[in-house]
Design a protein around this ligand. Structure first.
Ligand code: PMP
Ligand code: GLU
Length: 387
Protein backbone atom coordinates (compact mmCIF):
# COMPACT_ATOMS: atom_id res chain seq x y z
CA UNK A 1 0.00 0.00 0.00
CA UNK A 2 1.15 3.56 -0.71
CA UNK A 3 0.59 5.78 2.33
CA UNK A 4 0.27 9.55 2.41
CA UNK A 5 3.71 11.07 1.92
CA UNK A 6 2.54 14.17 3.80
CA UNK A 7 1.66 12.17 6.90
CA UNK A 8 4.74 10.00 6.53
CA UNK A 9 6.87 13.16 6.64
CA UNK A 10 5.53 14.18 10.09
CA UNK A 11 7.50 13.66 13.30
CA UNK A 12 5.92 11.87 16.25
CA UNK A 13 4.80 13.93 19.26
CA UNK A 14 7.89 13.79 21.48
CA UNK A 15 5.97 15.09 24.50
CA UNK A 16 3.38 12.33 24.33
CA UNK A 17 5.92 9.67 23.35
CA UNK A 18 8.28 10.37 26.21
CA UNK A 19 5.50 10.67 28.80
CA UNK A 20 4.12 7.32 27.60
CA UNK A 21 7.56 5.70 27.79
CA UNK A 22 8.04 6.95 31.35
CA UNK A 23 4.63 5.57 32.32
CA UNK A 24 5.42 2.18 30.76
CA UNK A 25 8.71 2.00 32.66
CA UNK A 26 6.88 2.81 35.92
CA UNK A 27 4.27 0.14 35.21
CA UNK A 28 7.00 -2.42 34.63
CA UNK A 29 8.33 -1.66 38.10
CA UNK A 30 11.15 0.80 37.38
CA UNK A 31 11.74 3.71 39.68
CA UNK A 32 10.96 6.60 37.36
CA UNK A 33 10.33 10.27 38.11
CA UNK A 34 8.45 11.98 35.32
CA UNK A 35 8.83 15.73 34.86
CA UNK A 36 7.84 15.33 31.24
CA UNK A 37 4.12 15.70 30.80
CA UNK A 38 2.43 19.01 30.50
CA UNK A 39 -0.52 18.12 32.62
CA UNK A 40 -1.62 19.11 36.11
CA UNK A 41 -1.36 16.27 38.63
CA UNK A 42 -4.46 17.31 40.61
CA UNK A 43 -7.82 15.55 40.45
CA UNK A 44 -10.48 17.39 38.46
CA UNK A 45 -12.36 19.63 40.95
CA UNK A 46 -15.41 17.98 42.55
CA UNK A 47 -18.07 20.43 41.25
CA UNK A 48 -16.94 19.69 37.68
CA UNK A 49 -16.99 15.93 38.28
CA UNK A 50 -20.46 16.34 39.79
CA UNK A 51 -21.73 18.11 36.67
CA UNK A 52 -20.48 15.19 34.56
CA UNK A 53 -22.17 12.64 36.82
CA UNK A 54 -25.43 14.56 36.55
CA UNK A 55 -25.10 14.65 32.76
CA UNK A 56 -24.72 10.87 32.69
CA UNK A 57 -27.61 10.33 35.13
CA UNK A 58 -29.86 12.65 33.15
CA UNK A 59 -29.05 10.76 29.97
CA UNK A 60 -27.26 13.57 28.15
CA UNK A 61 -25.30 10.94 26.34
CA UNK A 62 -26.31 11.29 22.71
CA UNK A 63 -24.68 13.25 19.89
CA UNK A 64 -24.69 17.00 20.46
CA UNK A 65 -24.49 19.79 17.90
CA UNK A 66 -21.13 19.13 16.24
CA UNK A 67 -19.66 22.53 17.22
CA UNK A 68 -20.70 22.00 20.82
CA UNK A 69 -23.74 22.39 23.08
CA UNK A 70 -25.19 25.92 22.77
CA UNK A 71 -24.96 26.38 26.56
CA UNK A 72 -21.18 25.94 26.54
CA UNK A 73 -20.61 27.98 23.38
CA UNK A 74 -22.69 30.80 24.85
CA UNK A 75 -20.83 30.67 28.18
CA UNK A 76 -17.43 30.70 26.43
CA UNK A 77 -18.51 33.65 24.28
CA UNK A 78 -19.66 35.56 27.37
CA UNK A 79 -16.53 34.86 29.43
CA UNK A 80 -14.10 35.81 26.66
CA UNK A 81 -16.11 38.84 25.54
CA UNK A 82 -15.85 40.14 29.11
CA UNK A 83 -12.19 39.18 29.41
CA UNK A 84 -11.07 40.94 26.23
CA UNK A 85 -13.70 43.70 26.15
CA UNK A 86 -14.85 42.51 22.71
CA UNK A 87 -18.03 40.93 21.46
CA UNK A 88 -18.19 37.29 20.47
CA UNK A 89 -21.42 35.33 20.27
CA UNK A 90 -22.29 31.64 20.07
CA UNK A 91 -21.64 31.57 16.32
CA UNK A 92 -18.03 32.60 16.92
CA UNK A 93 -17.30 29.60 19.17
CA UNK A 94 -16.44 26.02 18.26
CA UNK A 95 -15.97 23.48 21.06
CA UNK A 96 -13.55 20.69 20.15
CA UNK A 97 -11.81 17.59 21.47
CA UNK A 98 -9.14 19.53 23.35
CA UNK A 99 -7.36 22.74 22.41
CA UNK A 100 -5.11 20.61 20.19
CA UNK A 101 -8.06 19.78 18.00
CA UNK A 102 -9.18 23.43 17.99
CA UNK A 103 -5.74 24.38 16.67
CA UNK A 104 -5.83 21.64 14.10
CA UNK A 105 -9.20 22.56 12.56
CA UNK A 106 -8.39 26.28 12.60
CA UNK A 107 -5.11 25.72 10.76
CA UNK A 108 -6.78 23.36 8.31
CA UNK A 109 -9.42 25.99 7.57
CA UNK A 110 -6.94 28.83 7.09
CA UNK A 111 -4.24 27.50 4.78
CA UNK A 112 -3.91 26.48 1.18
CA UNK A 113 -1.17 24.19 -0.18
CA UNK A 114 2.26 25.81 0.14
CA UNK A 115 1.12 28.65 2.42
CA UNK A 116 3.73 29.70 4.95
CA UNK A 117 2.91 30.06 8.62
CA UNK A 118 5.27 31.89 10.97
CA UNK A 119 6.12 30.15 14.26
CA UNK A 120 8.10 31.95 16.98
CA UNK A 121 10.85 29.85 18.54
CA UNK A 122 10.76 27.91 20.76
CA UNK A 123 7.44 26.62 19.44
CA UNK A 124 5.11 24.02 20.88
CA UNK A 125 5.92 20.60 19.45
CA UNK A 126 2.70 20.13 17.45
CA UNK A 127 2.53 23.46 15.57
CA UNK A 128 4.89 22.63 12.68
CA UNK A 129 3.43 19.18 12.23
CA UNK A 130 -0.13 20.53 12.13
CA UNK A 131 0.84 23.12 9.52
CA UNK A 132 2.58 20.44 7.43
CA UNK A 133 -0.31 17.99 7.81
CA UNK A 134 -2.58 20.46 6.02
CA UNK A 135 -0.13 21.22 3.22
CA UNK A 136 1.38 24.38 4.69
CA UNK A 137 5.02 25.29 5.25
CA UNK A 138 6.15 26.27 8.75
CA UNK A 139 8.72 29.08 8.88
CA UNK A 140 10.49 30.00 12.08
CA UNK A 141 11.93 33.03 13.82
CA UNK A 142 15.71 33.02 14.08
CA UNK A 143 16.03 33.42 17.82
CA UNK A 144 13.84 33.10 20.86
CA UNK A 145 10.66 35.16 20.58
CA UNK A 146 9.46 37.23 17.68
CA UNK A 147 10.35 40.74 16.52
CA UNK A 148 8.37 43.19 14.38
CA UNK A 149 11.11 42.89 11.75
CA UNK A 150 10.67 39.12 11.57
CA UNK A 151 6.91 39.54 11.15
CA UNK A 152 7.48 42.06 8.37
CA UNK A 153 10.07 39.84 6.65
CA UNK A 154 7.90 36.72 6.86
CA UNK A 155 4.93 38.62 5.39
CA UNK A 156 7.13 39.94 2.58
CA UNK A 157 8.04 36.31 1.80
CA UNK A 158 4.39 35.32 1.63
CA UNK A 159 3.57 34.09 5.14
CA UNK A 160 -0.21 34.09 5.57
CA UNK A 161 -0.46 33.53 9.30
CA UNK A 162 1.35 33.55 12.63
CA UNK A 163 0.88 31.48 15.76
CA UNK A 164 1.35 33.05 19.17
CA UNK A 165 1.44 31.18 22.46
CA UNK A 166 1.77 33.12 25.71
CA UNK A 167 2.46 32.01 28.38
CA UNK A 168 4.63 29.83 26.18
CA UNK A 169 5.06 26.10 26.16
CA UNK A 170 7.98 25.31 26.49
CA UNK A 171 9.57 28.50 27.88
CA UNK A 172 6.87 29.90 30.20
CA UNK A 173 7.70 33.27 28.66
CA UNK A 174 5.20 36.13 28.87
CA UNK A 175 5.97 39.23 26.78
CA UNK A 176 5.85 42.68 28.33
CA UNK A 177 3.01 44.99 27.35
CA UNK A 178 5.47 46.99 25.25
CA UNK A 179 6.66 43.90 23.37
CA UNK A 180 3.10 42.75 22.76
CA UNK A 181 2.11 46.17 21.44
CA UNK A 182 4.95 46.00 18.91
CA UNK A 183 3.99 42.47 17.86
CA UNK A 184 0.34 43.52 17.51
CA UNK A 185 1.17 46.56 15.37
CA UNK A 186 3.48 44.55 13.12
CA UNK A 187 0.91 41.79 12.67
CA UNK A 188 -1.79 44.37 11.91
CA UNK A 189 0.42 45.89 9.17
CA UNK A 190 1.38 42.48 7.78
CA UNK A 191 -2.15 41.37 6.88
CA UNK A 192 -1.50 37.92 8.38
CA UNK A 193 -4.08 35.99 10.36
CA UNK A 194 -3.28 35.07 13.95
CA UNK A 195 -3.92 32.02 16.06
CA UNK A 196 -3.39 32.96 19.69
CA UNK A 197 -3.01 29.77 21.71
CA UNK A 198 -3.99 30.93 25.20
CA UNK A 199 -4.23 27.50 26.82
CA UNK A 200 -1.97 28.67 29.72
CA UNK A 201 -3.67 32.07 30.13
CA UNK A 202 -4.85 31.29 33.66
CA UNK A 203 -1.47 29.93 34.72
CA UNK A 204 0.33 33.25 34.78
CA UNK A 205 2.42 34.31 37.77
CA UNK A 206 2.78 38.00 37.12
CA UNK A 207 0.60 40.86 38.20
CA UNK A 208 -1.99 41.80 35.59
CA UNK A 209 -1.76 38.53 33.62
CA UNK A 210 -0.55 37.97 30.07
CA UNK A 211 -0.76 40.88 27.61
CA UNK A 212 -2.93 39.85 24.68
CA UNK A 213 -2.64 40.84 21.04
CA UNK A 214 -6.34 41.79 20.92
CA UNK A 215 -5.94 44.11 23.90
CA UNK A 216 -3.65 46.26 21.79
CA UNK A 217 -5.22 45.81 18.40
CA UNK A 218 -8.91 44.93 18.76
CA UNK A 219 -9.17 45.65 15.05
CA UNK A 220 -7.42 42.29 14.50
CA UNK A 221 -10.44 40.43 15.89
CA UNK A 222 -11.80 39.38 12.48
CA UNK A 223 -8.54 37.63 11.55
CA UNK A 224 -7.57 36.35 14.99
CA UNK A 225 -8.62 33.03 16.45
CA UNK A 226 -8.31 32.72 20.22
CA UNK A 227 -7.77 29.14 21.42
CA UNK A 228 -8.15 27.97 24.98
CA UNK A 229 -9.79 25.24 27.01
CA UNK A 230 -10.23 23.61 30.36
CA UNK A 231 -7.36 21.09 30.22
CA UNK A 232 -4.69 23.00 32.11
CA UNK A 233 -6.67 25.50 34.18
CA UNK A 234 -9.04 22.92 35.66
CA UNK A 235 -6.88 19.80 35.51
CA UNK A 236 -9.07 18.22 32.84
CA UNK A 237 -6.57 16.96 30.26
CA UNK A 238 -8.31 13.61 29.82
CA UNK A 239 -11.77 15.08 29.35
CA UNK A 240 -10.67 16.54 25.99
CA UNK A 241 -12.45 19.87 25.79
CA UNK A 242 -10.94 22.92 24.10
CA UNK A 243 -12.55 25.81 22.25
CA UNK A 244 -11.86 28.65 19.90
CA UNK A 245 -13.32 32.09 19.29
CA UNK A 246 -12.97 33.53 15.82
CA UNK A 247 -14.84 35.15 12.93
CA UNK A 248 -18.17 33.57 11.98
CA UNK A 249 -16.73 32.24 8.70
CA UNK A 250 -13.61 30.73 10.27
CA UNK A 251 -15.85 29.10 12.92
CA UNK A 252 -18.20 27.81 10.22
CA UNK A 253 -15.36 26.20 8.25
CA UNK A 254 -13.62 24.75 11.31
CA UNK A 255 -16.97 23.47 12.61
CA UNK A 256 -17.75 21.88 9.25
CA UNK A 257 -14.41 20.06 9.21
CA UNK A 258 -15.02 18.90 12.77
CA UNK A 259 -18.49 17.64 11.84
CA UNK A 260 -16.92 15.46 9.14
CA UNK A 261 -14.10 14.19 11.33
CA UNK A 262 -15.07 13.74 15.00
CA UNK A 263 -18.72 14.89 15.11
CA UNK A 264 -19.07 16.52 18.52
CA UNK A 265 -16.67 16.41 21.46
CA UNK A 266 -17.80 14.05 24.26
CA UNK A 267 -21.23 15.19 25.49
CA UNK A 268 -20.49 14.47 29.16
CA UNK A 269 -17.20 16.35 29.04
CA UNK A 270 -18.99 19.35 27.56
CA UNK A 271 -21.39 19.53 30.51
CA UNK A 272 -18.44 19.20 32.87
CA UNK A 273 -16.59 21.98 31.02
CA UNK A 274 -19.67 24.19 31.30
CA UNK A 275 -19.45 23.97 35.10
CA UNK A 276 -15.78 25.00 34.86
CA UNK A 277 -16.40 27.90 32.48
CA UNK A 278 -19.32 29.10 34.61
CA UNK A 279 -16.96 29.38 37.57
CA UNK A 280 -18.25 26.50 39.68
CA UNK A 281 -14.71 25.50 40.68
CA UNK A 282 -13.13 28.90 41.30
CA UNK A 283 -11.82 28.01 44.74
CA UNK A 284 -10.15 24.84 43.42
CA UNK A 285 -8.74 26.78 40.45
CA UNK A 286 -7.17 29.33 42.77
CA UNK A 287 -5.70 26.59 44.98
CA UNK A 288 -4.10 24.86 41.99
CA UNK A 289 -2.74 28.18 40.73
CA UNK A 290 -1.17 28.84 44.13
CA UNK A 291 0.35 25.34 44.18
CA UNK A 292 1.92 25.88 40.73
CA UNK A 293 3.34 29.22 41.80
CA UNK A 294 4.95 27.60 44.87
CA UNK A 295 6.31 24.75 42.76
CA UNK A 296 7.69 27.24 40.25
CA UNK A 297 9.60 28.92 43.07
CA UNK A 298 10.76 25.59 44.49
CA UNK A 299 12.09 24.21 41.21
CA UNK A 300 13.75 27.50 40.26
CA UNK A 301 15.56 27.71 43.57
CA UNK A 302 16.73 24.08 43.28
CA UNK A 303 17.81 24.41 39.65
CA UNK A 304 19.60 27.71 40.15
CA UNK A 305 22.20 25.87 42.23
CA UNK A 306 23.00 23.72 39.18
CA UNK A 307 26.06 25.04 37.35
CA UNK A 308 25.34 23.28 34.04
CA UNK A 309 21.96 24.95 33.55
CA UNK A 310 20.98 28.43 32.52
CA UNK A 311 17.35 29.54 32.50
CA UNK A 312 14.94 32.43 32.99
CA UNK A 313 12.33 32.04 35.69
CA UNK A 314 9.07 31.24 33.85
CA UNK A 315 6.27 33.79 34.27
CA UNK A 316 3.59 31.31 33.27
CA UNK A 317 2.67 27.70 32.37
CA UNK A 318 4.44 24.91 34.28
CA UNK A 319 7.77 24.38 32.58
CA UNK A 320 11.36 25.46 33.11
CA UNK A 321 13.19 25.68 29.80
CA UNK A 322 16.89 25.45 30.52
CA UNK A 323 19.96 25.69 28.36
CA UNK A 324 22.56 23.00 29.02
CA UNK A 325 25.85 24.81 29.48
CA UNK A 326 28.09 21.80 29.24
CA UNK A 327 30.58 23.30 26.79
CA UNK A 328 30.15 22.37 23.16
CA UNK A 329 27.09 21.30 21.18
CA UNK A 330 24.68 18.77 22.60
CA UNK A 331 22.11 16.37 21.20
CA UNK A 332 19.22 16.97 23.59
CA UNK A 333 17.27 13.93 22.34
CA UNK A 334 20.14 11.57 23.17
CA UNK A 335 20.70 13.42 26.46
CA UNK A 336 17.07 12.90 27.58
CA UNK A 337 16.99 9.31 26.43
CA UNK A 338 20.17 8.44 28.37
CA UNK A 339 18.92 10.39 31.39
CA UNK A 340 15.76 8.27 31.40
CA UNK A 341 17.68 5.01 31.02
CA UNK A 342 20.41 5.76 33.54
CA UNK A 343 18.66 7.86 36.19
CA UNK A 344 14.99 7.11 35.59
CA UNK A 345 14.18 10.80 35.03
CA UNK A 346 11.88 11.79 32.16
CA UNK A 347 12.13 15.33 30.77
CA UNK A 348 11.65 16.63 27.22
CA UNK A 349 14.49 17.52 24.82
CA UNK A 350 14.62 21.08 23.47
CA UNK A 351 14.89 19.66 19.95
CA UNK A 352 11.12 18.96 20.11
CA UNK A 353 10.57 22.71 20.35
CA UNK A 354 13.15 23.82 17.79
CA UNK A 355 15.73 24.64 20.48
CA UNK A 356 18.62 22.17 20.40
CA UNK A 357 20.79 22.21 23.51
CA UNK A 358 17.84 22.91 25.82
CA UNK A 359 15.69 20.75 28.07
CA UNK A 360 12.11 21.25 29.27
CA UNK A 361 11.39 20.29 32.87
CA UNK A 362 7.75 20.23 33.93
CA UNK A 363 6.86 21.27 37.46
CA UNK A 364 3.32 19.91 37.20
CA UNK A 365 4.45 17.32 39.76
CA UNK A 366 4.59 16.85 43.52
CA UNK A 367 7.25 18.62 45.61
CA UNK A 368 8.85 15.24 46.29
CA UNK A 369 9.08 14.42 42.58
CA UNK A 370 10.48 17.88 41.85
CA UNK A 371 13.18 17.48 44.52
CA UNK A 372 14.04 13.93 43.45
CA UNK A 373 14.00 14.86 39.75
CA UNK A 374 16.38 17.78 40.23
CA UNK A 375 18.66 15.55 42.31
CA UNK A 376 18.78 12.93 39.54
CA UNK A 377 19.42 15.56 36.88
CA UNK A 378 22.29 17.02 38.92
CA UNK A 379 23.81 13.57 39.51
CA UNK A 380 23.63 12.78 35.79
CA UNK A 381 25.15 16.12 34.76
CA UNK A 382 28.01 15.94 37.25
CA UNK A 383 28.69 12.27 36.47
CA UNK A 384 29.09 13.25 32.84
CA UNK A 385 30.62 16.66 32.69
CA UNK A 386 32.72 17.18 35.85
CA UNK A 387 36.35 16.98 34.98
N1 PMP B 1 -1.32 24.21 23.14
C1 PMP B 1 -0.28 24.07 23.97
C2 PMP B 1 0.79 25.09 23.92
C3 PMP B 1 -0.21 22.99 24.85
O1 PMP B 1 0.84 22.85 25.67
C4 PMP B 1 -1.24 22.05 24.86
C5 PMP B 1 -1.15 20.89 25.82
N2 PMP B 1 -1.27 19.67 25.29
C6 PMP B 1 -2.31 22.22 23.96
C7 PMP B 1 -2.31 23.32 23.13
C8 PMP B 1 -3.43 21.24 23.84
O2 PMP B 1 -4.25 21.21 24.95
P1 PMP B 1 -5.41 20.10 25.06
O3 PMP B 1 -4.94 19.09 26.00
O4 PMP B 1 -6.62 20.86 25.53
O5 PMP B 1 -5.62 19.54 23.68
N1 GLU C 1 0.91 19.96 26.02
C1 GLU C 1 1.51 18.98 26.88
C2 GLU C 1 3.00 18.99 26.69
O1 GLU C 1 3.52 19.75 25.93
C3 GLU C 1 0.90 17.62 26.71
C4 GLU C 1 1.44 16.76 25.61
C5 GLU C 1 0.88 17.07 24.27
O2 GLU C 1 -0.32 17.32 24.16
O3 GLU C 1 1.66 17.06 23.32
O4 GLU C 1 3.67 18.23 27.35
Amino acid sequence: MRYSSTIQSLSPSVTLQLSARAKEMMQSGRDVVSLSAGQPDFPTPAPIVQAAIEAIREGRTGYTASSGIPELRKAVAAVYSARRGLEWTTGNVVVSCGAKHSLSILIASAINPGDRVLLPRPYWVSYPEMVKAYGGVPVFTAEEGITPREIEAAAAQGAVGVMLNYPSNPSGCVPTAGEMREIADAVADSGMWVISDDIYEDLCYIEGGTPHILDFRPDLKERTAVVSGVSKTYSMTGWRIGYCLCSGEWARLAGMLQAHSTSNPCSISQWAALAAVEGKAEEERRDMHRAFLERRDLICSLLSAEEYLQFDRPDGAFYVFAKLTVGGPLDSTAFCSELLDEEGLAIIPGSAFGAEGYIRISFAASDDDIREGVKRLGRFLHGRYDT
